[in-house]
Design a protein around this ligand. Structure first.
Ligand SMILES: Cc1ncc(COP(=O)(O)O)c(C=O)c1O
Length: 463
């Protein structure tokens, strides 16, 4: 009998790294019958995929939705964690209630009060980020084939959720004032005529991700009226409401509705830290009961340590000034991006002018596919999110892109936009050479049949 060293190499299991690198179609087939049906509908998150590439230090990433966590004072972080270690180590390292700690809910109520909302603490569940809230709501309400409605474009991180639960997703167009509520109403009519009742309408009304636009006060009222009249749940996802740089704050849908038909999602990711993974949801008691069952099955409870950290942070009562500092920082970065866009993007391009939040949505001539453009941009060490990621069919939005201005400093933003502008210019030049077509400066594609994405006016800023 040969000793181990003499056995043929191919009989020994290959090291994991080698196996991963040499995975073949045959290897994949081996597991294919094991996968649940629903995995066929699963889609990868464009932003998550991009994160691996954009983590390279030479890449300027305008792709992620990263807040600037370097602004959080390390000394405060150390003091808060030290206090936890000294005063409540055992509790902070223990499991906690599925709904979240009462002190955490008090902090959440303070944050919501800053936008005029006053939920009952019993209607709040603390979640592992807003993302988990979207997942739990969909898990709780949606059977395969059920109708879900969202904006066009929608939050790219919601797309994989709706796909995973095999929802039939309809997207309602937007303009400068957010979702076209008249189009929503027409869609509800069509669905109702076909005997179908949507499970919910998902909306990011303030400084929408990805479009940067905000639902007007009038449309907010109309949307809430519609929800009540048609008995349709509206999911209000509001990570950015407190990050307003200018203009009048708009009332949250939850405030207008009082919490009967509006389920609210909040998060500390953009006003404190995404690394602590703390979000929450406010829902009417019967919905909440099911959501809590879903959460028990998913992760038992949200990180106790993170909740302790957040409670310490809010106890210091500096959270408002911290948000003020973020607002100032992001306002300057937005301005740097808008100015760079004016100089570096071609005349045919349009983009939104957000009054807050983290994103600008730019639309290019319809013959440019931003997924192809991204490959070229990455060669120039710059990244953005291609618009198709914000559409459930994966094809609309092909000539648009989401640009983030919170995660890079002003010089990086200017340089990043310059590099993207350069690859766009190359594409425009190529198109004009091939077609012999030369566009007049300032000509836009608004009204073109293929321009099926947010046809936003180009707004020039005053001053
Ligand atoms: C609209 C929206 N919802 C939810 C999330 C998820 O955030 P988190 O899970 O970090 O709270 C994001 C993150 O960018 C977002 O923009």
């Amino acid at each position: 009998m040969p000793d181990r060293d003499e056995s043929p190499a191919r009989e020994r299991p290959a090291p994991a790294a080698h196996r991963r690198a040499h995975q073949t179609a045959h290897d994949l087939e081996r597991y294919a019958d094991l996968f649940a049906q629903r995995t066929r509908a699963m889609r990868s998150s464009a932003m998550r995929d991009l994160m691996a590439i954009t983590a390279r230090p030479e890449v300027i990433s305008l792709a992620g939705g990263l807040p600037d966590t370097s602004t959080f004072p390390p000394a405060s972080f150390a003091a808060q964690m030290t206090r936890i270690a000294q005063e409540s180590a055992a509790e902070a390292l223990q499991y906690g209630p599925t709904e979240g700690f009462d002190q955490m809910k008090s902090a959440i109520r303070e944050v919501m009060a800053a936008e005029g909302m006053a939920p009952d603490p019993r209607d709040i569940v603390v979640t592992t980020g807003g993302q988990q809230a979207i997942d739990l709501i969909t898990k709780t309400l949606v059977d395969p084939g059920d109708v879900v409605i969202c904006e066009a474009p929608t939050y790219p991180g919601a797309v994989p959720v709706f796909c995973s639960y095999e929802a039939e997703t309809h997207q309602v167009e937007m303009d400068d004032d957010g979702m076209r509520v008249d189009e929503l109403e027409a869609l509800l009519d069509r669905l109702s005529a076909a005997g179908r009742r949507p499970k919910f309408v998902y909306s990011v009304p303030s400084f929408q991700n990805p479009a940067g636009v905000t639902l007007s006060a009038e449309r907010r009222r109309r949307l809430v009226e519609l929800a009540r009249k048609r008995e349709v749940l509206v999911i209000e996802d509001n990570p950015y409401g407190l990050l307003r740089f200018e203009g009048e704050p708009q009332p949250p849908l939850y405030q207008l509705d009082g919490g009967d038909y509006v389920v609210y999602i909040g998060t500390l990711s953009k006003i404190l830290s995404p690394g602590i993974r703390l979000g929450w949801m406010v829902a009417p008691p019967p919905v909440m009961e099911k959501i809590v069952l879903g959460k028990q099955a998913t992760d038992l409870c949200t990180s106790t340590l993170s909740q302790y950290f957040a409670v310490e942070f809010f106890a210091e009562d500096r959270w408002r000034s911290y948000i003020d500092s973020l607002r100032d920082l992001y306002r300057s970065r937005r301005d740097a991006m808008l100015e760079a866009l004016e100089h570096q993007f071609p005349a045919q391009a349009t983009w939104t002018t957000p009054e807050g939040g983290l994103f600008v949505w730019a639309t290019l001539p319809p013959y440019i596919d931003t997924s192809d453009l991204l490959a070229k941009a990455l060669r120039e060490n710059v990244a953005f999110v291609p618009g198709a990621a914000a559409y459930v069919d994966g094809t609309r939005g092909a000539n648009s892109m989401r640009l983030n201005f919170s995660g890079s400093d002003e010089d990086e933003i200017r340089e990043g936009i310059r590099r993207i502008g350069k690859v766009i210019d190359e594409q425009v030049g190529l198109y004009e050479t091939i077609t012999g077509e030369h566009r007049l400066p300032g000509a836009t594609d608004a009204g073109s049949e293929t321009a099926d994405v947010l046809p936003l006016r180009r707004r020039r800023r005053e001053g």
